[in-house]
Ligand binder design. Structure first.
Ligand code: MG
Length: 382
């Protein structure tokens, strides 16, 4: 991190917050809950003395990480006093203060970090990945999640994905019944063999049913199986790991580095899904991936229900984190939102996300759409 140069003596003069509801094109069922009609996100914008902007997104889900109301309050009320009037070069100390200023609210801390690095990158004419470390990749294989309770609709989506060159899908399971999960996985393995299929339960199973159902799913050879049981069921995760040939990934069981250390101690997983909304930002996500790497475990680039702005922060993190080697799932901007929040299409080519090399997060927010989909706002920059 090289932020203590003279350009970064500039101070932050405004912090603006918007709570948005972005319409989506279908219902999606996950093991822990359902999304229909719209996703709710919180956007933060920082303004420097020169009038330069930086944007960040908090993408909470009330059944998983937290609520949009909490993200909004964290930014507007609890983090704002640590930000206004601060030198942009004081990034590290402000993020440390943010950790202590409000408990949890990892999505809001991630949004603040993204906005801060977007602003710093814009001032220095550097992409965010260059502020985080060395770039190890310029393309990230994209996985799209299949979660529609109407499987015929998902079959049509699968055809579109194959036509688009997508090579990975993740089947969401554990929200209806085992026969439905087996039928869909069998279809994908048999009828669409060009796709690599992963399975994600999103904590949808009780411990006893997981011990029965997960080994049967494993026999159909998904390339990994993610989080069958509730996040705190560490012993069950450790037991399931021994029952399956496919690698067992931890998602909800591992939010930040503290959880990763425990997960490694208790040997609950063969890999981990890293998400900036769980860890509280890109740098803490990199820390999770680094701990996994030290133990020989690969990491996957997960996400929440996000717009392209949050995807971009994840992209910059993965670009400079070699151990996030299992691809990413930044598909919502392209395949799920009716309208994304970015002015230009989120960059996907030949089944992979393209890492931007333009300054900051690398793409502009569509302000007309931001205002159109805002439910409420706290705007003080005029
Ligand atoms: Mg998951």
């Amino acid at each position: 991190m090289h932020l203590s140069v003279s350009e970064l003596d500039e101070k932050i003069v405004a912090l603006d917050v918007w709570h948005l509801a972005l319409p989506v094109n279908s219902r999606r069922d996950h093991g822990i809950g359902t999304v229909a009609d719209a996703i709710e996100i919180v956007i933060v914008r920082l303004t420097g003395e020169s009038g330069t902007f930086g944007y960040g997104e908090a993408s909470p889900w009330s059944v998983f990480t937290g609520t949009p109301e909490a993200s909004y309050a964290a930014l507007d009320r609890y983090l704002r006093p640590h930000v206004i009037g601060t030198r942009i070069g004081d990034f590290i100390s402000v993020m440390k203060l943010a950790q202590k200023a409000v408990v949890h609210c990892t999505e809001a801390k991630s949004a603040l970090e993204s906005a801060w690095l977007d602003l710093a990158g814009n001032l220095l004419s550097q992409p965010v990945w260059a502020l985080l470390g060395d770039r190890h990749r310029d393309r990230i294989p994209l996985s799209v999640s299949l979660a529609n309770p109407d499987f015929d609709a998902d079959k049509a989506l699968v055809q579109r994905l194959v036509d688009d060159g997508i090579k990975f899908v993740k089947l969401k399971t554990g929200f209806r019944d085992h026969a439905f999960d087996m039928m869909r996985l069998e279809y994908l393995k048999t009828d669409v063999p060009e796709l690599t299929v992963r399975v994600d339960y999103n904590q949808g199973l009780g411990v006893d049913e997981a011990m029965q159902q997960v080994p049967e799913i494993d026999r159909l050879q998904p390339s990994f199986i993610e989080q069958p049981v509730a996040q705190h069921e560490y012993p069950a995760m450790a037991a399931l790991r021994k029952l399956t040939r496919a690698p067992l990934l931890a998602d909800e069981s591992v939010f930040g580095p503290e959880d990763m250390r425990r997960a490694l101690n208790e040997e609950i997983c063969d890999g981990v899904s890293v998400k900036i909304m769980k860890s509280g930002g890109m740098r803490r996500g990199m820390e999770v991936a680094g701990l996994a790497e030290d133990a020989g475990l690969p990491a996957y680039g997960g996400d929440m229900f996000e717009s392209g702005l949050a995807h971009l922060a994840g992209v910059h993190m993965i670009a400079c984190t070699p151990n996030i080697s299992l691809g990413c799932e930044f598909y919502q901007a392209t395949y799920y939102l009716v309208n994304d929040l970015l002015e230009q299409p989120f960059p996907i080519e030949d089944g992979a996300v393209v890492v931007p090399d333009t300054p900051g997060l690398g793409m502009a927010v569509d302000m007309q759409r931001l205002h159109q989909f805002a439910i409420r706002s706290s705007v003080q920059s005029g």
